[in-house]
Design a protein around this ligand. Structure first.
Ligand SMILES: C[S@@+](CC[C@H](N)C(=O)[O-])C[C@H]1O[C@@H](n2cnc3c(N)ncnc32)[C@H](O)[C@@H]1O
Length: 225
């Protein structure tokens, strides 16, 4: 039998949950740097596990539909947390007066720079450190299940930081792994609407809602101030 330490999920060895929950950012940065070169082609490959349940395009569709609810003209900018190679930011940025992508991986950011040119600000930073996230956002988006990688305690810290960065008529849109998924990797945190609603209340968001029917593996959610 294959030893557990050698098994991987999303390219990362299982058993490294502690690296995320302990915010071992240097280690995490190196792992994502190594994945950067193949990221865009993996996303474009329908058979790649990243596209399980068609989650990439489902998130994109749900996000675009939800952004329609923002007041017009949109007063604040958009920030993409863990922007990777910049695809999501590219899809939404023209609606906003300014756009910023944040990522810990310099290699991901190099590729995002090629994709986005000079039209978006790109910041190398750890989103769990409040200083790197600009204030005055009409939308904060994030695709890549950060709450599931880093766990509920760090997730709550992040939500509290983000609440302080979003305008009162703004919106936070993110994804999370579904706790009902029988294949939920044991080193990741799954959520249901109840857990997310509790976290929203503790971080002074007044509302959280599913913005698409849950898939087996993922939930797509919007938090409103
Ligand atoms: C699953 S990938 C998603 C990339 C992109 N959002 C997409 O949908 O293609 C997660 C991204 O989050 C970044 N990331 C992970 N932890 C982070 C942190 N603490 N702060 C900033 N970025 C982080 C990684 O470098 C990686 O680019």
């Amino acid at each position: 039998m294959k030893p557990l330490a050698d098994a991987t999920y999303d390219g990362q060895p299982v058993g490294e949950r502690g690296r995320y929950t302990n915010l071992d950012i240097e280690y995490i940065r190196q792992r994502w740097d190594l994945r950067a070169e193949r990221w865009a082609s993996d996303l474009g490959d329908p058979s790649c596990h990243l596209n399980r349940d068609n989650s990439y395009s489902l998130y994109l569709d749900a996000m675009l539909a939800t952004l329609e609810r923002l007041p017009q003209p949109i007063p604040g900018g958009v920030v993409d947390l863990g922007c990777g190679t910049g695809e999501m930011l590219y899809a939404v940025r023209d609606r906003f007066p300014w756009s910023t992508g944040i990522d810990i991986s310099p290699r991901m950011l190099d590729l995002a720079r090629t994709r986005l040119g000079t039209g978006s600000m790109l910041i190398e930073g750890n989103v769990f450190e409040a200083d790197c996230i600009p204030a005055g956002c009409s939308a904060i988006i994030s695709r890549g299940v950060l709450l599931s990688h880093y766990g509920a305690e760090n997730g709550l810290t992040l939500l509290k930081i983000l609440r302080g960065r979003i305008l009162d008529a703004g919106i936070l849109i993110l994804d999370a792994l579904n706790k009902e998924d029988p294949d939920l990797p044991h080193n990741k945190t799954g959520y249901g609407l109840k857990e997310l609603a509790e976290m929203a209340a503790m971080s002074w968001f007044s509302r959280v809602e599913l913005i698409a029917p849950p898939t087996r593996s993922s939930l797509f959610v919007a938090f409103a101030p």
